[in-house]
Design a protein around this ligand. Structure first.
Ligand SMILES: Cc1cc2nc3c(=O)[nH]c(=O)nc-3n(C[C@H](O)[C@H](O)[C@H](O)COP(=O)(O)O)c2cc1C
Length: 382
């Protein structure tokens, strides 16, 4: 058994694992330059993340979308199913946590309880669940449903789903659950999760319902914001909710990192990549994603659809870590000082194993500054 004890003085690092030739930015140059995704590349990327010192990888996942152009160019495609991929990554790593996205819409709690228990037991307590409700009607129709539930109702379904999963994980006696959305009786077979009280639960909703869900049911909230002030504002909103619930929930900003030695090189690379943004693919992805995400719709309100899509596709709304290793570490120290960030999700637009390994120099500076300790020296991946 492993009991999670977050250290508020430390930052952990999650590498946003490739779920396509590009994750952010949806640049054709990046799609052509990144290694073609197959078994060897996935395993090499996991080893690179562990060698670099990353505490975990985070694997996003979606089921559908009418994204023909995006697929053709490799933007957010191909997307291997996250929990299946995790088993492969656990087999070739020792300390790396793997946070996988799994939907609460369309599935049954017993499926996820058993799958999560297997992942956590197999990995010796290294599995985390990114709880998502899904992006839209196209996903729902795959499962024979007419469409997605209304926005806030999805979180009500998710809350009940997670409650039942946690009961399956933690109760020894058979459960008897008759709720509004789910009915479940009995016990799941062993193994049960290694992490106590449960595996790490993460969510990313920023709407009022999404944040209330995180405050009441999760351990970590992914935050999208492009300035320290915006991230702090989310911390403050979350703190208010936690004062009522008495729970601890940490925050994890999502960032794009470009670490380059030469003065201005990182910024130049970002500008170059945004010039080759595949606008058609970006419009397709945005049509699926923006439609279902209240907080992003709000952030881009008033912009023409094409401009809003371009802004989203080039990661305008998220934190940028640009510069040499020392400068990037300096930004991270400042972020840690000014916010309650516990984990940071790092996305490399031009990802490859070398790019991931090079991040070690940033982590070494963070260690010198007292905000990071390698996962191999701690008992937890988060
Ligand atoms: C960094 C990040 C990663 C996300 N990954 C996924 C994902 O893999 N699959 C998914 O269906 N939703 C994903 N989401 C969407 C969230 O789960 C959530 O639906 C979204 O942020 C909207 O929530 P809101 O309407 O409460 O603001 C992600 C969001 C962020 C910010």
């Amino acid at each position: 058994m492993k009991t999670r004890v977050p250290d508020p003085n430390l930052l952990s690092f999650s590498y946003f694992f490739p779920t396509g030739q590009t994750d952010h930015i949806w640049s054709d140059e990046a799609a052509a330059a990144t290694p073609k995704l197959d078994r060897n590349v996935f395993l090499e990327m996991a080893r690179a993340a562990e060698d670099a010192g990353f505490d975990s990888v985070f694997i996003a996942d979606t089921w559908s979308g009418h994204q023909r152009v995006a697929e053709r160019y490799g933007h957010q495609s191909p997307k291997f199913q996250a929990p299946l991929l995790a088993m492969g990554l656990f087999a070739v790593t020792e300390h790396l946590g793997v946070i996988t996205t799994v939907h609460t819409s369309h599935h049954k709690p017993a499926h996820v309880a058993r799958m999560g228990a297997t992942l956590d037991a197999f990995s010796g307590g290294r599995w985390g669940w990114n709880v998502v409700t899904g992006f839209g009607d196209a996903e729902a129709r795959l499962f024979g449903e007419a469409g997605m539930a209304a926005h806030d109702d999805r979180y009500a379904v998710a809350a009940e789903f997670v409650d039942v999963v946690k009961r399956f994980w933690t109760e020894d006696d058979p459960i008897e659950h008759r709720g509004r959305y789910f009915t479940a009786e009995g016990r799941i077979k062993a193994p049960r999760p290694v992490q106590q009280p449960t595996p790490l639960l993460v969510s990313a909703g920023a709407s009022a319902a999404g944040m209330a869900f995180a405050a009441n049911h999760c351990d970590q909230l992914v935050v999208a914001g492009n300035t320290v002030e915006k991230i702090r504002a989310v911390d403050d909103r979350l703190e208010n909710l936690l004062a009522a619930s008495g729970r601890t929930v940490t925050t994890a900003p999502f960032a794009i990192a470009i670490v380059r030695d030469g003065e201005g090189e990182a910024e130049e690379e970002y500008e170059r990549l945004t010039r080759t943004l595949n606008v058609h693919a970006t419009m397709e992805l945005a049509a699926d994603i923006l439609g279902g995400v209240e907080s992003i719709k709000e952030a881009l309100a008033g912009e023409e659809p094409q401009e809003a899509a371009k802004a989203w596709g080039s990661g305008r709304g998220i934190l940028k870590l640009f510069g040499d290793a020392e400068q990037v570490a300096g930004q991270l120290v400042e972020l840690k000082k000014q916010t309650s960030t516990a984990n940071i999700l790092i996305n490399f637009p031009l990802w490859n194993p070398g790019e991931v390994r090079r991040f070690r120099s940033v982590l070494d500076h963070c260690r010198d500054a007292g905000i990071w300790v390698p996962p191999s020296e701690r008992s937890f991946s988060w």
